[in-house]
Ligand binder design. Structure first.
Ligand SMILES: *Cc1c(COP(=O)(O)O)cnc(C)c1O
Length: 463
């Protein structure tokens, strides 16, 4: 059925959706009772729903539409590639021009030490690849006991079995018997929620040094790697103190374990540099990427690895028994190449660092003055507002976690803004092409939603 030329009424779409579509990360029963929102088109930083409402997308889809919607350069590149070669694999000693071009382009853009690319279809697949790759690396170095990967509580590394195991989301672990073996978790560098009276810099060091203690507990000969998002995204935009990553790097180097930066959100300009590791001043050995790699136009992910890790493959020989039918899918590679060209030509990382990021930061700090906001933190174009009943003490609500966040999220939608909530923090990650006047609009709508939320909190007596 042609839903583009001939869109049925919203209630029909909602009924069909409820009848046949199981949504990810959704309570299907409550969604079906309410009816899904149907997004029908998008342009720039705006979405339109089936009722004709125009909505400012403060989340860039799911943290991914870095270059904004409707970019004809990407659409045309994909169209051309589809006509030329819509699919071929890269398993059987074959390659194709878009894979070759994209691997080279990523190697050029990635930090110096990262020069080799293994393609996957998503961020989760990239992280599954990471698990197998680091274990294969240590085995090929003659150290097969170095298998355990250390991650953090409240990390997000995807939804496949290995991705969710690397992640530190307890609700995800509870479903399906995770984590898989040989993955452990240390505490996160979440100063607002867990730092108490400590100075943030000191807290960052303390949390980083938990890695040292965990390596001691496991034995260095059993540890393969540490993985972390430069900024935890889905965990609530946890921006670590400046002291954190350099200390993590020191420990990884001294204890001879690999350092993995999950750049699925931070990569491709989000923090004001091409990669989050550059903003936080460390050099990873492996870098899973996805989301901003294609700005979500087509699904693609990859793991970028250092010369040292690649050596395990290139010099030692032997087959790596791993890969996906859609590793380096030609159309997805074409989308990624056109997307990277836009990011480069429009100097989006620089624009975030020197213009829109600074402008948003100034306005965001002003939202931090709102009586309902305990902290307003931001880095580049990714930020969070912690909602609190008592800003002076960084207190959380006594009501069930997420109650106030959900109210605020709904008010944002009503005001024509997508802002996501993680518990009682509100999250933004807008397209990197957002202009100053669109930032003004985002802030104004967020402010209005905060006012309405504060009124509800008072009226409903939420503590
Ligand atoms: C989204 C995300 C993933 C998973 O990517 P998918 O494409 O959804 O599989 C992994 N890591 C981080 C940091 C993410 O934000």
């Amino acid at each position: 059925m042609d839903y583009i030329a001939n869109l049925p009424p919203t209630h029909v779409l909602q009924e069909k959706d409820a009848a046949h579509h199981l949504h990810p990360f959704t309570d299907t029963k409550s969604l079906n009772a309410k009816g899904t929102r149907v997004i029908t088109r998008a342009e720039g930083v705006y979405l339109w729903d089936s009722e004709g409402h125009k909505i400012l997308d403060g989340m860039a889809g799911l943290w991914c539409v870095n270059v904004g919607y409707g970019r004809t350069e990407i659409i045309e590149a994909v169209h051309r590639q589809m006509q030329q070669l819509p699919y071929y694999n890269t398993f059987f000693q074959t390659s194709h021009p878009p894979a070759i071009a994209l691997a080279g382009k990523i190697a050029q853009l990635a930090p110096d030490q990262l020069d080799h690319v293994f393609f996957a279809g998503s961020g989760s697949e990239a992280n599954d690849t990471v698990v197998r790759m680091v274990r294969h690396y240590w085995a090929s170095e003659g150290k097969p006991t170095k298998k355990t990967i250390i991650s953090r509580h409240n990390a997000y590394h995807g939804s496949t079995m290995a991705g969710a195991s690397l992640g530190g989301m307890s609700a995800m672990h509870a479903q399906g018997g995770l984590p898989i073996p040989d993955i452990t978790h240390i505490n996160q560098p979440y100063w607002y929620g867990e730092g108490g009276d400590m100075d943030p810099a000191e807290f960052g060091l303390m949390r980083a040094r938990e890695l040292e203690a965990e390596i001691d507990r496991l034995g260095e000969d059993n540890v393969a790697a540490f993985i972390g998002e430069p900024i935890q995204g889905a965990g609530g935009v946890v921006i670590p103190p400046k002291t954190y990553w350099p200390e993590i790097q020191r420990i990884c180097r001294e204890r001879n374990i690999l350092l993995i930066a999950d750049e699925v959100i931070c990569g491709f300009g989000r923090t004001g540099n091409w990669f989050g590791s550059q903003t936080f001043n460390f050099k990873p050995d492996l870098m899973p990427i996805a989301k901003g790699l294609s700005s979500g136009y087509l699904p693609i992910g990859a793991v970028v690895v250092s010369e040292k890790v690649a050596k395990g493959f290139i010099e030692h020989g032997g087959e790596f028994y791993h890969g996906f039918t859609y590793s380096a899918h030609p159309a997805a590679c074409a989308a990624a190449l056109a997307n990277l060209e836009i990011i480069e030509n429009e100097r989006l990382p620089e624009r975030v660092a020197n213009d829109t990021g600074l402008y948003l930061a100034e306005k965001w700090k002003m939202l931090g003055e709102h009586p309902l906001v305990g902290e307003a933190r931001i880095c580049g174009l990714v930020g969070a507002l912690e909602l609190s009943p008592d800003k002076a003490h960084r207190a959380s609500f006594e009501a069930e976690r997420g109650t106030v966040g959900t109210i605020c999220r709904d008010h944002c939608f009503e005001s024509g803004l997508v802002m996501r909530h993680v518990g009682d923090s509100m999250i933004i990650s807008p397209p990197l092409v957002i202009t100053r006047s669109e930032v003004d609009e985002l802030i104004e709508k967020a402010h209005r939603a905060l006012d309405m939320t504060a009124a509800d909190v008072t009226a409903q007596g939420i503590k």
